[in-house]
Design a protein around this ligand. Structure first.
Ligand code: GLA
Length: 347
């Protein structure tokens, strides 16, 4: 195995963005860039041995800077939404940047995703990226040191390990926002991909995509992926939640079944399968609903609606305002640690 470091581009202020390329001996290639600690590309063989990139995003820095919908990016310090951009911490109101419709705080206003991280290779199959967020950034309390380690293993796993410590009490919720298309190109959408999600409940949302607080059973709804079902089978159902979000953009409450992946996605034409494992309580299934062909992705291909799917492992959205959800408040000096693994197979 090997890790190669090269130049990817320059930010508008001249700062260099680097590209890390890690290869294993089965022909899998993982690429990570220092802008947003982004998973830039993941090349994997299909059932005929043809190697393609199974992530949807941009070839160059230009795309990441001008068109991004968080393609491949790490999101922090709080991924997903916080209602009205505010919550109570130690009896005091914390007011965050309200970057979505002037109301909610989405993806912490992109702070970690738009930053150029420091990075260094580790051994022959990993890279560690680090970023320090200043006290008060996007309104959050505490200077935070964060690290993300990407490892590619010989058994075809991409492991993403997050760790972070703040010097004041704060909420912490990292994710990776990769859009996958297992066909190996964004020419076709992902509606034919077959998904199994070990989640008997999900968190329905209001019109601002904020959880209502209910943990709703998936049974007899289009949200039931407990048996393998194509993503497109019910995506156009006249279900109020689906219509409101133009598809799936919901947090599922993971059951964490022993010995099983939390999610499995299979693409029948290429034979590629992706398994997702996480220690976090939830995952956001987002089916690229807001892509509409106006932004141009890798290979000059316009990113059409549902060109990719995301499985963003996370604490539930708006957790700081829901005392009943699994909590993600960390004390000053207390370490946040979490791991998500993407495993690649072919059948
Ligand atoms: C998350 C959100 C979506 C959308 C994307 C980024 O998945 O839940 O609503 O904002 O990020 O485009």
């Amino acid at each position: 195995m090997s890790v190669n470091v090269s130049f990817f581009g320059n930010m508008p202020d001249g700062k260099e963005v680097r590209l890390f390329t890690i290869k294993n001996s089965n022909g899998i290639i993982l690429q990570v860039i220092t802008l947003g600690a982004t998973l830039q590309a993941l090349y994997t063989p299909d059932k005929y041995g043809r190697v393609n990139d199974i992530t949807v995003g941009f070839d160059s820095l230009y795309g990441h800077l001008n068109f991004t919908d968080y393609q491949g990016k790490v999101v922090g310090r709080y991924a997903n939404r916080i209602a009205n951009g505010s919550f109570m911490m130690n009896g005091k109101k914390v007011q965050l940047t309200q970057n979505e419709k002037g109301k909610t705080c989405l993806h912490s206003a992109g702070e970690f995703s738009n930053a150029v991280w420091d990075a260094e290779p580790v051994g022959d199959n990993a890279v560690v990226l680090s970023y320090t967020s200043p006290d008060g950034a996007s309104g959050f309390d505490g200077k935070m040191d964060a690290k993300v380690k990407y490892t590619l293993t010989e058994d075809n796993k991409v492991e993403i390990e997050y760790s972070a410590v703040s010097d004041k009490d704060t909420v912490i919720n990292f994710t990776n926002h990769t859009y996958f298309n297992l066909s190996g190109s964004a020419m076709s959408d992902v509606l034919g991909h077959v998904l199994k999600l070990n989640a008997k409940k999900f968190t329905p949302t209001d019109e601002d995509s904020i959880p209502t607080g209910q943990l709703r059973s998936v049974f007899n709804t289009p949200f039931d992926f407990t048996n393998p079902t194509s993503i497109g089978k019910r995506i156009h159902d006249r279900d109020a939640q689906l219509v409101m979000c133009r598809g799936y953009d919901h947090n599922f409450c993971l059951d964490h079944v022993d010995g099983e992946a939390d999610a499995v996605v299979y693409e029948p034409v290429s034979g590629r399968q992706l398994k997702v494992y996480t220690d976090l309580p939830g995952v956001q299934l987002y089916t690229g609903n807001f892509l509409d062909g106006t932004i141009i992705g890798k290979g000059g291909i316009p990113l059409i609606q549902h060109a990719g799917f995301c499985l963003e492992t996370q604490y539930y959205p708006d957790t700081p305002n829901h005392p009943d959800f699994p909590q993600c408040t960390f004390k000053a000096g207390e370490e946040y640690k979490s791991k998500t693994t993407f495993e690649i197979n072919v059948f």
